[in-house]
Design a protein around this ligand. Sequence first.
Ligand SMILES: Cc1cc2nc3c(=O)[nH]c(=O)nc-3n(C[C@H](O)[C@H](O)[C@H](O)COP(=O)(O)O)c2cc1C
Length: 149
Amino acid sequence: MKTILFVYGSVGGNTQMTVEAVAGLLDAKNWSVTLRRAELCDPAELLKADVCVLASPTYGHGLLESAMGKFVEKMKGMSLKGKPCAVIGLGDPRYEAQYHLESAVLLEKAITEAGGKLIVPALRISRTPVMHLKGLIPAWAKQLSDAIK
Ligand SMILES: Cc1cc2nc3c(=O)[nH]c(=O)nc-3n(C[C@H](O)[C@H](O)[C@H](O)COP(=O)(O)O)c2cc1C
């Protein structure tokens, strides 16, 4: 059974809701899914999983959520050599256009710099995930699950 580790940061709960929705859909396919908050997770845990998903909202003019920012700092120098990975980024178009959904870009950069392999395009959730629970989110979960098979 493949193990899938989700590591996420979330302040207001939108990223947590998104991750739980995706993970729930994958769980239903009988994969072993683990969810970890970034502040409670050591990056070494990424090495043990078959597939890693990193998720963060964008805060403070195009930055990662604070705990995920620290997690990514700790990833520096580690090797994910060829490990299948994916990214979930959240944001809001009310913030400056150049910073909109920047967390997805930063997480993809962290993974590729560590040698990880992005197996699907990032899931980008703008505004609330609630309106995507029946569309974008299950569609992306299916894309991810097809890529893992
Ligand atoms: C203080 C603050 C700064 C933010 N900065 C950005 C930003 O630079 N770019 C962006 O796309 N969204 C930005 N957002 C929107 C959040 O990324 C968005 O609300 C997200 O859904 C929050 O996720 P969370 O509920 O998991 O914390 C910001 C929100 C707040 C409250």
